[in-house]
Design a protein around this ligand. Structure first.
Ligand code: COA
Length: 221
């Protein structure tokens, strides 16, 4: 992360110091911890999330730039089952995003190892469009970053966003992800190969951004 981003990121994340309830240190492979913020709670997926996730994530605006989500509720049930298997195998952690005080899933965050034992990992996320621009993304992302760096032991977390995915790119930049390059024609979607931007957040930068001084906002009258 360029140093000029640090105060900005720290300001955005101000107050987003989440709580990770890891069941007194139990292994995440036996069950994901609950990640609690002010707005959202992230928890393990369960079969009953299939219906709300189907409703939230299959719209054209949510799915147009990402790998196609399952097209049926049963497809989401299988996705959830696979996610639980991959979590048990220690390969992937997939969280349901819920609003504080409600248990309905409105989105997902996934962190997948790309190197054994999560030295490097890739994450992806999708949130139902009624909740875009509400702060849900930033808080959920910060909780997942905390989980990835503190619990999984990730040192480099990558993401890919189609160049044409304005919100996806805007969201990643906003939380301090650094653009590292363009992966030309790397993503097949609707019969066309799209360019993607490769982003990464490295552990040292993330820790430094949390320690950077806060921005002071002055109003000039
Ligand atoms: C990606 C996603 C989770 C982000 O959540 P969100 O609530 O939309 O994110 P936010 O509103 O907090 O941040 C998006 C930022 O992008 C900006 N943005 C919107 N359109 C943009 C565009 N065309 N170009 C650049 N930035 C854009 C927004 O203004 C916002 O920044 P701001 O808060 O400084 O104004 C959500 O949009 C989503 O689920 N999209 C569909 C799935 C997806 O694309 N996943 C990501 C794959 S990389």
């Amino acid at each position: 992360m360029e140093s000029t981003h640090l105060p900005q990121v720290a300001a955005i994340l101000e107050g987003v110091r989440g709580r990770i309830d890891d069941g007194a240190g139990s292994d995440w492979r036996t069950g994901l911890p609950v990640l609690s913020g002010k707005l959202v709670t992230l928890r393990e997926l369960r079969t009953s999330d299939a219906h709300p996730l189907f409703a939230m994530l299959t719209s054209e605006e949510v799915s147009r730039f990402i790998s196609p989500p399952p097209s049926t509720v049963e497809g989401f049930e299988r996705f959830i089952e696979r996610s639980l298997d991959e979590r048990s195998a220690g390969q992937c952690a997939c969280f349901a995003v819920t609003l504080q005080g409600f248990d309905t899933a409105i989105g997902v965050f996934q962190v997948r190892e790309t190197e054994p034992r999560f030295g490097t990992a890739e994450w992806g996320f999708a949130i139902g469009s009624p909740f875009w621009g509400t702060g849900v993304f930033v808080e959920a992302a910060e909780l997942v970053l905390q989980f990835a760096f503190d619990i999984l032991g990730v040192h480099r977390l990558e993401a890919r966003a189609a160049v044409s995915n304005g919100r996806g790119n805007g969201a990643l930049v906003k939380i301090g992800a650094v653009q590292e390059g363009v992966l030309r024609k790397s993503f097949l979607r609707n019969g066309r190969y799209l360019d993607q931007i490769l982003y990464a957040i490295v552990e040292d930068d993330w820790r430094a951004s949390r320690e950077a001084p806060r921005l002071v906002h002055r109003h000039v009258h």
